[in-house]
Design a protein around this ligand. Structure first.
Ligand code: FMN
Length: 447
């Protein structure tokens, strides 16, 4: 497909549209019968597949890590359709993020369905492991059209956040890069950068001393694509090409002004696999019961990021009147922005698809950021940071026995006005948190 590289003005217009209209927008009706698989699959011979999860080798440790974060954990059949579900949340449960592991002199793809590493080809030997997170565009583009570009960047951030949390909890050292040599990384993985592109490279040092012996195929295995027709979007392609250029970071929002109300101190949340696996955003919605202020305090602390502004609308939190608040992470304090008896009414009408009763949640977190566009790559990094904060909120809620539901499908400008955000700052994602109306289980036949 011939597509221009967006200049700054065109790219700015494109992302403005993605925030203003966060909803499916495909030119043609969605062809559900020709949908892609939610997992990327290679035709690889058994000798190129590694399922060994030994605790003592770097390859086994990485395989356990990837299975814990993005491995398919449930198959659910409802209304005749089977869906693969994973430990992390994902817009529309489409899981557009792929993860590759470069270790022991070979590049591998993580097969999320089979929980295996598939050797793709040789890689420079290194004293650690590099994980590459990509966005495979068609996996969510077929349903969401151009909105998939924003959803996908946030989704990659969710996976990145979870990888960092679990790897650190398992005593691994982690270092994240958003700026790298795109062409070199794409060549290493055998992806073209236009249907699938690398967004983040994570250097991991596993706490093990045995290095895997590489198996390097003579030629890279072929990808199996389920869709007979794979379309591209001219806008997404032009953004992706623009994102190859490094851009200055989007400036963080200005500090909040006003009174500070100290929140109860909270210890950092320890990663617990059982809590993370129990987490569901779908399933029964919220019960309408009040949430403890400690839960609010822990969730706000769990998603703090100096590049973003963390805000919250309180509906039912013990000891805290309803209204719109900011969070000051340095002082672990709430900043009252506006009292309002029913902020949930505003949030309910701001939802594009009113799939749940917002008022029944205890509170809603909003992640806001600078809207001053400095470049496509900087915007993509900001969206990934939002995703990481979303996962922080979700995991912290789960650790405290609460339920959390992330949303990108809401009218952001309507919400900005209620927080009284200054021009140039806007909400980018929301997470409703509350007491689940029942056990957070999947409905349908669970395999
Ligand atoms: C980036 C992102 C955006 C999402 N946006 C919405 C949304 O607009 N509306 C909604 O009902 N759910 C939304 N979700 C929740 C997903 O639909 C949900 O995570 C997915 O169906 C998988 O279910 P699970 O979280 O229970 O595993 C979003 C999730 C993520 C990670």
């Amino acid at each position: 497909m011939t597509a221009p590289v967006f200049d700054l003005t065109a790219a700015r217009e494109f992302v403005r549209g993605l925030r203003a209209r966060p909803q499916p927008g495909t030119a043609a009706p969605v062809d559900w019968a020709d949908a892609p698989w939610p997992v990327k699959v290679y035709r690889a011979a058994p000798e190129l597949r590694f399922a060994d999860r030994s605790e003592h080798s770097d390859r086994g440790w990485v395989l356990r890590l990837l299975t814990e974060v993005v491995g398919v954990s449930r198959l659910v059949t409802a209304a005749g359709r089977t869906m693969a579900r994973r430990p992390v949340a994902s817009g529309g449960a489409l899981y557009p993020t792929e993860v590759y592991a470069v270790l022991g002199g070979a590049a591998h793809h993580f097969d999320a369905a089979r929980h295996e590493l598939v050797a793709l080809g040789p890689a420079p030997a290194d004293d650690g492991v590099r994980l590459v997170l990509t966005h495979r565009f068609w996996k969510n583009l077929y349903k969401y059209g151009d909105f998939a570009y924003r959803l996908g960047a946030v989704d990659v951030g969710v996976v990145l956040g979870r990888l960092r949390t679990v790897a650190t909890a398992w005593s691994g050292a982690v270092e994240v890069s958003f700026d790298f040599d795109d062409a070199a990384v794409h060549t290493l993985l055998g992806v073209d950068g236009e249907d699938e592109a690398a967004y983040a490279v994570v250097r991991v040092v596993p706490p093990v001393d045995r290095r895997a012996v590489p198996a390097v195929p003579a030629c890279a295995p072929q990808v199996r694509e389920r869709s007979a027709v794979v379309n591209r979007s001219a806008g997404v392609l032009a953004m992706q090409r623009a994102a190859l250029a490094v851009a200055p970071a989007i400036p963080p929002p200005a500090a909040l002004v006003g009174e500070r109300i100290a929140l109860p101190p909270v210890a950092p949340v320890q990663y617990r696999a059982e809590a993370a696996h129990r987490r569901r955003s779908s399933g029964p919605s919220f019960s309408g019961a009040a949430v403890a202020e400690e839960t609010l305090a822990a969730v706000l602390a769990g998603c703090a990021d100096p590049h973003l502004r963390v805000l919250c609308a309180v509906h039912r939190v013990t000891g805290r009147p309803p209204g719109w608040y900011g969070y000051d992470a340095d002082r672990h304090a709430l900043v009252p922005l506006r009292a309002e008896p029913e902020p949930a009414r505003v949030l309910q009408s701001a939802l594009y698809r009113p799939s749940m009763d917002v008022a029944a949640a205890g509170f809603t977190v909003h992640l806001a950021g600078g809207l001053e566009f400095t470049g496509a790559r900087a915007w993509r990094i900001q969206q990934m940071r939002v995703g990481t904060a979303v996962d922080g909120a979700t995991l912290t809620a789960a650790a405290r026995g609460a339920s959390a539901h992330p949303f990108l499908g809401f009218d952001a400008s309507a919400v900005d006005g209620h927080y009284g955000l200054p021009a140039g700052t806007g909400t980018l994602a929301q997470v409703c948190v509350g007491v689940a109306a029942g056990a957070p289980v999947l409905t349908g036949r669970v395999w």
